[in-house]
Design a protein around this ligand. Sequence first.
Ligand code: HEC
Length: 119
Amino acid sequence: MAFQRIGNRMVLKKNIFVAGSILFCATLVVVVACTGRPENNPKMPIDAKASYTRFCTQCHGDDGKLGLSGASDLSTSTLNSANTRTIIAKGRGRMLPFKNLMTKEEIHAVAAYIETLRK
Ligand code: HEC
């Protein structure tokens, strides 16, 4: 009788251990999935100026006025934010689309940044 009680407790402990391991692995998968990609990490702020320098200055210049290969002067742009974001994401004319190179959040941030280049 006493042996059986101990036996049941052992089984119970083993079940708790198995359940715990599964929970631990599931948590680990979720944590890795959420933090693996830096763009999904809210703790990593987007540096809009750095993104602009990286993707846009080659045609638009630091101040938006360079106009290389027919690029629009961003300092005189009259586009609203929504249209600016659409052009960045989908491109227009000789400007290539950036939706595969930048995240949605990054496009938002850069669109806001180039509005600061307007006089
Ligand atoms: C390969 C050169 C090139 C690069 C790189 C480039 N653009 Fe352009 N951009 C252009 C050209 C060319 C136009 C004019 C498009 C047209 O013919 O309508 C333009 C137009 C624009 C316009 C429209 C302005 C207006 O008022 O009509 C915006 C906004 C813009 N670019 C933002 C950006 C941003 C932000 C980036 C970086 C993410 C970028 N561009 C990168 C070439 C470029």
